[in-house]
Design a protein around this ligand. Sequence first.
Ligand SMILES: Cc1cc2nc3c(=O)[nH]c(=O)nc-3n(C[C@H](O)[C@H](O)[C@H](O)COP(=O)(O)OP(=O)(O)OC[C@H]3O[C@@H](n4cnc5c(N)ncnc54)[C@H](O)[C@@H]3O)c2cc1C
Length: 388
Amino acid sequence: MIHSFDALILGGGAAGLMCAIEAGKRGRRVAVLEHADRLGKKILISGGGRCNFTNLLCGPENFLSSNPHFAKSALARYTPADFIALVEKHRIPYHEKTLGQLFCDRSARDILAMLEEECRLAGVSIFLNTKIQDVSRSAEFVVRTAGAEFYAPALVVATGGLSIPKLGATSFGYDVARQFGLNIHEPRPGLVPLVLDPNERTQYCDLAGVSADVIASCDEQQFRENMLITHRGLSGPAILQISSYWKNPQTIIIDLAPGGDVTLLFRDAKVPRTFATLRAELRKILPQRFADRWLDRHAPTSWTNSALSEFEQQAHAWVVAPSGTEGFEKAEVTVGGVDTDELSAKTMESRKVPGLFFIGEVVDVTGHLGGFNFQWAWASGAAAGRAV
Ligand SMILES: Cc1cc2nc3c(=O)[nH]c(=O)nc-3n(C[C@H](O)[C@H](O)[C@H](O)COP(=O)(O)OP(=O)(O)OC[C@H]3O[C@@H](n4cnc5c(N)ncnc54)[C@H](O)[C@@H]3O)c2cc1C
């Protein structure tokens, strides 16, 4: 069976659907080819089932990319306000949770239903369970599946990154990029829990479930949020954020007492310099079990001012050398991807191969935790959708 369209979009996730809607609204005949049995599976599980669909405080500084300027144009041309307008048009109730993060009140299903309805209104053709066998280009792009051939002058690759393979993530987008001679920045897991080395695991991981407000720093970046001890290492927002910047064998510095002064009390000469007093002070800053464990492992060598200042310094700079990450199985995103130097920042079209576009997570643009990855998917999808 032969199908002919103006644009073929490979992947029916966040970016692909937004691209299809924008292109369809312009009267383009668009097809979305999705290998799964339904659209937007990641949208459904996102934000703990409530989809953190954007962030009010979204700016280019919330993204990692080999070219930090690349995302600016698309982000400026499709803003959080644009997506919020769509959400409000569909009367989807939402709320700001924290730090500008917008979540659905009810369920992520509302966002997917909205995108599906917009696709319907824009006349987009959706092909599910569509396994792509190969992609080629002669006069037009040709996409072959088991039972059909699809032809179009524009091909948009929106197949996402490598995170959560059991939801259908594949390396397909990178393979197409390589096939057409585009450069790739090695994909690696981002927003991912970190695994501690065996020594530190034995020292801390029996405290799994304990969390604390910390500043995690690495590679000149820092995030003040919660850190959670897990059975194998560290997680929680502060660690997930910094994990996107971390590369083995770098170390991560964790300030366990942000803005606090654990030993301040001891400047008063009348205060007894004892373990009981120090423990009580530390417990004001850290959860009790973690405070006690930290004191067991880092007890001051004496009660001199310099030993106390050494103790203070260690509490503000726990040097952690993770042995690795929990990998793509647990990663929320993929860092790296199609080199932005290969693409137009305005349209996401390949500079080398006219008509070939890459959008969403497959591109070397990765957002921080907090709704930024969806905002990139919407913005890059809209950019291509206005150009195909
Ligand atoms: C557990 C989890 C929670 C998350 N929560 C949030 C959140 O709350 N807020 C936020 O901003 N971000 C969140 N993210 C990140 C966000 O989901 C992604 O950044 C975003 O979905 C990327 O959009 P995309 O369209 O590029 O890729 P995807 O949404 O991954 O879509 C890619 C699509 O392509 C399809 N596909 C793949 N290979 C092929 C192939 N060979 N042929 C055909 N189709 C193919 C896939 O099945 C999929 O439907 C979360 C991610 C995870 C894993």
